[in-house]
Design a protein around this ligand. Structure first.
Ligand code: HEM
Length: 503
């Protein structure tokens, strides 16, 4: 108790939560709902959105917990403070220990800090080039045509129980080919390559949904695998590693050394560049970075697309507006060209509004590397200086920022038009910002616009009607279709949709 009082005093009793348990790790898993004084509950940032800041009267609040040791953290939804934090990487680095869950295959750009991160960023950033964007566009168009002409051939109506059934393979095929030169098609992917028990798609998907099982289970227990879940987890990790090693092997032994613009080529070149007697990327780092590109490159994208389709189905007038705009830019129904991407600004507005409402990464962690202060104003307009001691955790509270009514009118409403003209850029953080911001932002925007343009110009998206939900109100329907849960990134629970071919 004395320790707890001391840490609260060290932040001058800054307004905020005081709980026995922190809301993350095993505690977030065990306690999903808040219990006053005990826990804020798992996914608290997503559930609370801006409401917690409203309740405590300012946009930086504290969260002090007692177990396992008394410690403070700050939740930040103030754009100016966020800008200060994200632009001072040495003062507010990443707390790397929290990223252990992503290091199974080796250190990588997302989990590293300091000089190691600089080296990874220097090697990987040039891969996200204009040439790579063009490749992303062209390959995405091909994947969508393959979907329409083969998988959905002859069907005027396609019904899916969950939008992710469609968006996950699309996102995976795009990262497969534009990231790793590995072309997959809807048909081929159902055949297993020799020596494998899972398809590449299954292995990657299963690994991304089971990283927490892997983290929480000792290696010997996973190997022994007394439950089906453990058996599959163990198998998926082994299979994915085998797939990645095969990809490296195939590219290294390939006779044809052609000029390639996929992300993998850069990583591979870096692992082979021994001009100074030392490879810039060690083999384990190569695997670690391949894994993180595969993961970062498909999960966020697949989930964002699913929420986008759900929103467009719920708001047919917005879908109509988007359709008309696409038809205006590409009137003759031909395949859109990469050069036209910037004219498709209605599509980007739809994505940004989806990302504002459903940010895949709801909390971006940082840590104070020194004793310092942050400044905010309370809701009465008074300046508040927040003392931040060395080692204090900081969470950039993305839903708090995205639903902050000071910057967004009607924050709960789906209004893509708010992204036309001037909009509050500092109050929009789905890709983080500063030196550690998302390297794949343009990659995502390119594939996303190509997918949305191709799909909406040919199909109308509707909510699947199910008899058990016949009497629900619009609000209930919206809550059901857009329900989200935790995971590595914010995950749609079930988005049942119908795609109807336009005449
Ligand atoms: C909707 C799509 C996406 C969203 C919302 C998103 C969001 C983010 C966020 C919030 C971060 C910072 C994470 C942190 O600080 O821990 C990040 C980092 C990163 N993202 Fe993305 N991402 C998306 C798509 C992609 C794609 C498609 C790729 C690759 C093809 C990618 C590659 C990366 C990489 C490599 C980093 C680490 C950058 C660094 O630390 O230097 N992301 N992303």
């Amino acid at each position: 108790y004395l320790e707890f009082r001391a840490v609260v005093r060290s932040i001058h009793d800054h307004p905020g939560f005081r709980t026995l348990l922190p809301p993350y790790g095993i505690f977030g898993f065990l306690f999903k709902r808040p219990i006053p004084g005990i826990t804020r509950g798992g996914m608290s940032q997503w559930r609370g959105k801006y409401r917690d800041f409203e309740a405590f009267g300012m946009d930086i609040i504290s969260a002090t917990s007692v177990v396992p040791t008394a410690r403070n953290a700050f939740l930040v939804a103030d754009p100016a403070a966020i800008k200060e934090i994200t632009s001072s990487r040495t003062r507010f680095p990443k707390p790397v220990a929290q990223y252990r869950v992503l290091t199974f295959f080796g250190a990588n750009i997302v989990t590293a800090e300091g000089d190691e991160w600089k080296r990874f960023r220097k090697i990987t950033a040039p891969a996200f080039s204009e040439r790579n964007n063009r490749l992303v566009w062209d390959e995405t168009v091909k994947i969508m045509l393959d979907l329409f002409e083969n998988e959905w051939a002859g069907k005027d109506t396609v019904v899916v129980d969950h939008a992710v059934e469609v968006t996950l393979p699309i996102a995976l095929f795009v990262i497969g080919v534009a990231g790793f030169g590995r072309r997959m098609t809807w048909q081929e992917d159902s055949k297993l390559p020799p020596g494998h028990q899972l398809s590449f798609k299954e292995a990657l998907h299963y690994v991304s949904s089971a990283v927490f099982v892997k983290l929480a289970t000792p290696a010997w227990l996973l190997k022994w695998a007394p439950t089906e879940r453990m058996r599959r987890t163990n198998l998926a990790f082994k299979e994915l590693e085998q797939y990645m090693l095969e990809m490296i092997q195939a590219r290294r032994s390939s006779e044809k050394k052609e000029e390639r613009y996929d992300l993998f080529s850069n990583l591979l070149d870096a692992s082979e560049d021994e001009s100074d007697g030392q490879a810039r990327l060690a083999d384990e780092e190569l695997l670690g970075n391949i894994f993180i590109f595969l993961l970062a490159g498909h999960e966020t994208t697949a989930h964002t697309l699913a929420f986008t389709f759900g929103l467009l189905a719920l708001y047919p007038e917005q879908q109509d507006k988007l359709y008309k705009h696409i038809k205006h830019v590409i009137p003759d129904g031909r395949i859109p060209a990469y050069e036209e991407m910037n004219s498709l600004h209605e599509s980007i507005a739809v994505f940004y509004e989806t990302l504002r409402l459903f940010p895949p990464v709801t909390g971006i962690p940082k840590v104070a590397a020194e004793d310092t202060t942050l400044v905010t104003t309370d809701h009465g307009g008074n300046k508040v200086v927040v003392p931040v001691t060395k080692g204090t955790g900081i969470s950039l509270h993305v839903p708090g920022l995205h639903y902050n009514p000071r910057y967004w009118d009607d924050p709960y409403e789906f209004k893509p038009e708010r992204f036309h003209g001037d909009w509050p850029r500092d109050a929009f953080l789905p890709f983080s910002s500063g030196a550690r911001s998302c390297l794949g932002r343009r990659f995502f925007e390119t594939e996303g616009i190509a997918i949305l343009t191709m799909l909406v110009s040919r199909y109308k998206i509707e909510v699947k009607e199910e008899p058990e939900f016949a009497g629900e109100t619009f609000e209930q329907r919206k809550e059901r279709i857009l329900a989200a849960r935790g995971g590595l990134t914010l995950t749609p629970v079930r988005t049942p949709l119908v795609f109807k071919r336009r005449q």
